[in-house]
Design a protein around this ligand. Structure first.
Ligand code: ADP
Length: 375
């Protein structure tokens, strides 16, 4: 294995003082994690096919905790989203299939002038389906799905984020073909620069650039080999998302060669969103869908989900308001409130749920799209 990970030290060094109090610690092996953290006991997740086992066959080593955290928090075993679950966005769906999925599925075709993009960026307001699109791509391609929330990783492993990025990509190669979805990429690769920028954040960015260039990190002996590298690149696609494209570091933005705007849903999108959200809910026959579509102009997909959820709660709220709670009669109540939703329920829900995206921020996306968009 030629990765850049710190291998388990082989020499014991000086013998530390006799153990006091902590029976789990192995003082002959100061690098060893306490017994209870051993991979085999961590819910059986780390089997013999895991990356952890590949790096540390006995499950212990200096980077074992970091690897375990990544395996637990980043790998989404079952993204299970179909493109049909996603309202509208026809163009984006087609584009992602072409730019992200096909290069992984038929690497022999994507060579030379057809070489795959180094990375694809989805940008636009929050709650418009970017995460769902990433999951749908991974589901359809049956690739391993890495769901990386850049902001939570950056805060969890402050100071070690650079190592974390390197291990993340090594792990992605190991589990390949892999779609790496980096949500809120601006949190890991923001545009700060100058004296405000910390050494740590500079290092994370340069590691990310190295990995995205597919050159392999300087400490990964194996990955420096050019041939090896091309083989490995085929195995990974980086799909990033941001609500703040204007905050993105310039060099990272250039690596994300293909940039797709994921806008707020239009009329047709909103019509489909109501249908998708209410597929298991009873509604009365005379709902004026066109009026609801009209009233939710400017709402994101997530806002419309919230409207539907709010409307679906209305019968319960009204019943409790009218008759109060009868804890001895909950069974009857559940039946009584499972009634078809009415137009009034939806209208009240729309009153309660405001749209979450401001007109001002939409202007910014448009401006960024004109300057840097590449569809
Ligand atoms: P983003 O990643 O763009 O912030 P998500 O993909 O996480 O948004 O969407 C958040 C929620 O909003 C989803 O779980 C879903 O309920 C709803 N949603 C948003 N956009 C769509 C869409 N185009 N189709 C279906 N549901 C959507």
């Amino acid at each position: 294995y030629g990765g850049g990970l710190q291998k388990k030290p082989t020499s014991g060094g000086m013998k530390p003082p006799a153990p006091i109090g902590n029976k789990n610690r192995n003082y002959d092996k100061p690098w060893a994690v306490p017994e209870k953290k051993k991979s085999s006991e961590a819910g059986g997740e780390h089997d013999k096919n895991s990356f952890l086992h590949h790096v540390y066959p006995d499950g212990v080593g200096p980077d074992a905790d970091l690897i375990m955290m990544l395996e637990r928090d980043v790998i989404d075993k079952n993204p299970n989203v179909s493109f049909d679950d996603i309202a509208d966005l026809q163009e984006s769906k087609k584009m992602l299939q072409e730019a992200v999925l096909l290069p992984i599925l038929m690497p022999q075709f994507f060579k030379g002038i057809r070489r795959p993009w180094k990375g694809v960026l989805m940008f636009g307001p929050p709650g418009t389906g970017k995460t769902m699109l990433a999951k749908a791509v991974a589901t359809l391609g049956k690739t391993t799905f890495f769901n990386v929330s850049a902001s939570s990783l950056a805060s969890k492993w402050k100071g070690e984020s650079e190592k974390l990025v390197r291990i993340l990509f090594e792990m992605a190669r190991f589990y390949g073909p892999t779609t790496i979805f980096m949500d809120e990429i601006d949190a890991l690769a923001g545009r700060r620069g100058g004296s405000e920028e910390s050494e740590g954040s500079r290092k994370v960015k340069s590691e990310l650039l190295i990995q995205m260039d597919g050159v392999g990190s300087s400490s990964s002996a194996g990955a420096n080999d050019k041939q090896d590298d091309t083989e490995q690149r085929k195995n990974i696609m980086v799909l990033a998302a941001t609500n703040r494209p204007q905050d993105l570091d310039d060099a990272i933005r250039r690596r994300l060669e293909k940039r797709v705007y994921i806008p707020l849903p239009g009329e047709e999108g909103r019509r489909q969103l109501f249908k998708i959200n209410l597929k298991d809910i009873k509604v009365v026959e005379n709902i004026d869908w066109e009026s609801l579509v009209h009233k939710t102009d400017g709402y994101s997909g997530a806002d419309i989900s919230n409207v539907c959820r709010e409307a679906a709660m209305m019968p319960m709220r009204k019943r409790i308001l009218a008759k109060g709670f009868d804890l001895n009669n909950i069974g009857n109540m559940a039946e009584e409130i499972d009634i078809p939703l009415t137009m009034t329920d939806f209208e009240e829900a729309i009153q309660n749920i405001q749209k979450s995206v401001s007109a001002e921020s939409l202007k910014q996306y448009d401006a960024w799209m004109r300057e840097f968009g590449a569809l």
